[in-house]
Design a binder for this molecule. Structure first.
Ligand code: ADP
Ligand code: MG
Length: 339
């Protein structure tokens, strides 16, 4: 009875399989990894390696606490060739590429401006900086093109470069993490860093399904079923910020004005490259409702969802095919088919 044998085999495969879930606080957020596996020991080993790698990357890439990145920033301001730590060069090179693709809206070389706003500190300030201080940084703002690369060595050409890779580091880390899991033989997993995530394989009975939070704080706006290797990253003006004299000041700064971006409430990007999705969500929030389509094209992301200040949803045709919007979650939906 070959039919029965197949049924029994698949049953036993199901019984020995489980979804293992582990959490750790890293990159300033709760990171959760779910692994569907029939080999518990292999999965636990992979997760342990993953979390210790994440702890290391957090230290290496931190823009403000002493480590490889702060050492790199200090040397970049000295206009001399040097070899950064091995963890740094690929991040710098890719950041420069993403900076160019975003036409400068994603600018991790402007750490001085982020610090002026106080978003480098654990405790947020209670009021914005003086306009004169913003203007003086803006007049001579460093960009990633102020960094030159040559055979693993780098040189900065601006005295005020401070690298804050926070707008793409989580994406780069999650990419590193999924690669590490695959090397450990994990073929089905979801790696979630505070709502920004990448999936491998599926959950077994169906795809990994992820929710996109409503920027108004009230539940879920939409959901997406991930294909193998896809990532979803969101940037929002509600993530980190403060109110002062009836205005909201948040942590994503428009390098053109020196002030927090005000052209959109949130942007979600679906893409196989986590670092690109992360940088693009930041850049498109800066580009805002009027400029996001151009920047999406130049950043080579075609699955984008933007929420504007009127509660309208703007999305690409590519995103429309993939996203399920919750009933009553949107005032209006506007499709941008040309991206
Ligand atoms: P989150 O880290 O909250 O998920 P983002 O990925 O959008 O959000 O990254 C925001 C962080 O990126 C800020 O905290 C700041 O360190 C940095 N940043 C702010 N504005 C920019 C910008 N225009 N380009 C690059 N990095 C930025
Ligand atoms: Mg980002």
């Amino acid at each position: 009875m070959p039919g029965l044998a197949i049924v029994l085999l698949s049953l036993s495969a199901c019984q020995s399989e489980e979804v293992l879930s582990r959490q750790s606080f890293v990159f300033g957020t709760l990171v959760e990894v779910k692994i569907r596996t029939s080999d518990r020991d292999q999965a636990i080993d992979a997760v342990d390696t993953l979390f210790s790698r994440f702890d290391q990357l957090h230290t290496d890439w931190h823009a403000w606490k002493l480590g490889d990145m702060t050492a790199t920033s200090a040397k970049l301001s000295q206009d001399e060739w040097f070899t950064p730590a091995a963890s740094i060069t690929p991040v710098l090179e890719y950041s420069q590429q993403l900076y160019r693709d975003s036409r400068g809206l994603f600018n991790p070389a402007m750490g001085s401006l982020i610090a002026l706003w106080g978003f480098h500190a654990d405790t947020l300030p209670d009021k914005p900086p003086a306009e004169t201080a913003i203007d003086s940084i803006l007049r001579n703002l460093p960009g990633m093109d102020d960094i030159e690369f040559n055979n693993g060595r780098v040189r900065g050409h601006h005295p005020h470069i401070i690298i804050d890779a926070g707008g793409m580091a989580k994406g780069y880390a999650v990419d590193t993490g999924t690669e590490l899991l695959r090397k450990h033989g994990i073929n089905n997993a979801l790696l979630n860093a505070g709502g920004d995530l990448c999936g491998i394989g599926n959950r077994g009975d169906r795809a990994w399904r992820v929710g996109i939070r409503h920027p108004n704080g009230q539940g879920v706006l939409a959901s997406i079923d991930l294909s193998d290797g896809e990532c979803v990253f969101t940037s929002g003006d509600y993530e980190r910020g403060y109110d002062y004299e009836n205005r909201h000041y948040h942590h994503i700064i428009d390098p053109r004005t020196g002030y927090p971006a005000n052209g959109a409430v949130s942007v979600t990007v679906l893409h196989p490259d986590g670092a690109r999705a992360d940088a693009a969500s930041t850049a498109l929030l800066v580009a805002g409702v009027d400029g996001w389509q151009d920047i999406a094209r130049s950043m080579k992301v075609d699955k984008v969802l933007l929420v504007d200040h009127q509660g309208r949803l703007h999305m690409t045709a590519g995103m429309q095919k993939r996203v399920v919007i919750r009933d009553n979650a949107a005032q209006e939906i506007i499709i941008a088919p040309q991206v």
